[in-house]
Design a protein around this ligand. Structure first.
Ligand code: C2E
Ligand code: CA
Ligand code: CA
Length: 555
């Protein structure tokens, strides 16, 4: 049954009271009181559950006005609408009622239809306003919510064409780590302090919003103030002081509103891009959105405009890079790496377009294209009786979160009649650290289907050796930088040795990436690394060239 709204009728005259109760009880649950004092007691008991109060003014013990002033001074009831009922319909009475905080006014004798309609419409108005209020403000910090901030800021900029504005945003570089170290409640507390500092700094000069997890933004009038690293360093210091989180790293980005045709959403993206451009730069606290960033955006837009066509027109090609088995000294597999040859722009490096495709979602389509090509190659090799080496393909974050991934992959290998063991799936280490439980589940499901998983770029981020224990993987791919740094050190046995030992103790094979020199290879061989991939042997190459290497495979 639908819960009925509660209405409180306050009236000393029994006949009037019963009449009102009768009239309203068809649509509401009606509570009643004989005077102001009784009404306060009912209010105490039911509080905000009461949707509306019908209040007589002349009553014994406590009159209507006294009741009204009591209830309006208590924030927990002050929002409940009150309709005052009086004997006369004089203007003076009406003004008196409204000035005491009544929402509306009806005179006796009661006209049932009018009362019912007024009650219904006032309740509706108030409830709509309450919903609006809730969506306007972010529940945690009390700042404007994302939607409301965008709406208000767009409005402000449009209505004040002569005023210059800045969009300033902040991003906490290590927020996830802070949540992990101090716990979610402390993370929330930090966000509230950040919000307080925003309110204080912005004051009357603008408006502030809490957009996503640790991202805040404000629109402020430009009043000749100078932004400097010192200015933002001071704000960061203040936040650190309020929270006692000495390791907090917060970066700020400023977009000076020039192009007023942009939406505030786009201005925020620009400010955030500026803030992110100094991630990892110690001692840098803020950055303006500048021409270089603007050019990058323009380039990215140009790529986004043509990417679909590029795929349809077969401008992408899958290259293969050999992987070698160190002990057997022979070819053991390949990694499939995408290449883009644009008819006008020429060769484009994956470093340029892959991060963009990860951002705009196109990567899932491109990855599936690579998987199909890799399977087609494997099928042809199978038919020609070539050695049955596996091909490793890259799997992006977006892919692994897709619940249909197992179906897509099964469908792909099914179409080319490839056993799942021959398509190795590489997933980058940082994806594993983001949302371990969901990743473990999805990766686990694919392994049950027979796919092998390689953790890519191990040693490039916050790798936790401990984490390896819980992860469903088969191969550890050691990151190129990690290999370069570690093989350059003279210490033996060195950390690489221990990582490889540990991987072996967990039945994981190891692949070293980016091996460029004989010395690096010898070091890796000496510490029992299983496979290598790198320019020392071969660069990624078209599939036809790669096939020349296949004769080197030893059984
Ligand atoms: P990755 O998956 O870590 O791939 C290894 C990268 O190291 C490749 O760069 C490869 O050409 C390069 N490399 C291999 N050996 C050496 C070496 O000895 N020295 C040096 N300096 N580099 C070496 P590439 O092909 O430019 O790809 C860069 C990144 O782009 C890849 O890193 C991967 O994250 C991404 N990527 C490439 N193709 C795909 C794809 O089809 N799908 C997805 N999702 N990502 C891809
Ligand atoms: Ca890879
Ligand atoms: Ca890698």
């Amino acid at each position: 049954m639908l819960l009925q709204r509660k209405i409180l009728v306050v009236e000393d005259n029994m006949i009037n009271r019963e009449m009102l109760c009768d009239m309203l009880s068809s649509a509401y649950e009606v509570l009643d009181a004989e005077n102001g004092q009784e009404a306060l007691d009912v209010l105490k008991k039911y509080g905000e559950e009461i949707s509306l109060i019908l209040l007589d003014i002349v009553m014994p013990v406590m009159d209507g006005y006294t009741f009204l002033s009591h209830m309006r001074s208590d924030p927990s009831y002050s929002a409940i609408p009150v309709i005052v009922t009086t004997q006369s319909d004089s203007e003076a009475d009406e003004v008196a009622a409204l000035s005491h905080g009544a929402t509306d006014f009806v005179s006796k004798p009661y006209k049932p239809q009018i009362i019912l309609h007024r009650v219904a419409s006032i309740i509706h108005l108030r409830e709509t306003a309450a919903v609006m209020q809730r969506v306007q403000y972010d529940r945690l910090t009390g700042l404007y919510s994302k939607e409301f901030f965008y709406h208000s800021a767009n409005d402000m900029i449009r209505k004040n064409p002569d005023q210059e504005y800045d969009i300033i945003c902040s991003d906490i570089e290590n927020f996830k780590l802070i949540n992990d170290i101090y716990g979610i409640p402390s993370g929330d507390m930090l966000l509230c302090k950040v919000a307080d500092v925003y309110k204080e700094v912005v004051g009357e000069r603008g408006i502030c919003g809490h957009l996503n997890a640790d991202q805040f933004v404000c629109l402020v009038e430009r009043r000749g103030q100078e932004y400097s690293d010192g200015y933002f360093a001071e704000i960061n210091e203040k936040i650190r002081g309020l929270t006692d989180m000495k390791n907090l790293v917060m970066k700020w980005g400023v977009y000076q509103v020039k192009d007023r045709s942009l939406l505030v959403e786009q201005m925020f993206d620009r400010a955030l891009m500026a803030a992110r451009s100094i991630w990892g730069q110690y001692g840098k606290h803020f950055m303006f959105f500048d021409d270089e960033m603007h050019n990058k955006l323009v380039r990215e837009q140009a790529i986004t405009d043509v990417m679909e066509t590029a795929l349809e027109e077969d401008q992408f090609e899958v290259y293969l890079q050999p992987q070698y088995n160190i002990k057997k000294n022979c070819l053991s597999g390949a990694e499939a790496l995408i290449r883009w040859n644009h008819p006008e722009w020429g060769f484009q490096s994956p470093g340029v377009f892959i991060p963009l495709f990860e951002k705009n979602g196109f990567i899932t389509k491109l990855d599936q294209f690579v998987w199909r090509r890799a399977c087609a190659v494997l099928q042809e090799w199978q038919e020609r009786g070539y050695p049955d080496i596996p091909i490793s393909v890259n799997v992006s974050r977006a892919d692994i979160y897709n619940v249909n991934l197992p179906d897509i992959l099964m469908d792909t290998i099914g179409r080319y009649k490839i056993p799942p063991q021959r398509l190795h799936l590489e997933l980058t280490e940082s994806a594993y650290t983001e949302n371990p439980s969901q990743i473990i589940e999805n990766v686990g499901r694919l392994r049950e289907l027979g796919f092998l998983f390689e953790m890519d770029d191990f040693g490039s981020g916050y790798s936790s050796l401990n984490m390896l224990n819980n992860l469903p993987i088969d191969v550890l791919k050691l990151d190129m930088e990690f290999i370069h740094n570690e093989t350059a050190k003279s210490v033996t046995p060195g950390i690489l040795y221990f990582v490889i030992q540990m991987a072996h103790s967990m039945n994981l094979h190891t692949v070293a990436e980016g091996v460029e020199t004989k010395e690096q290879l010898e070091r890796l061989s000496a510490i029992d690394c299983d496979y290598v991939q790198g320019y020392y042997f071969a660069k990624p190459m078209p599939r036809g060239e790669f096939e020349n290497f296949l004769k080197d495979v030893k059984k």
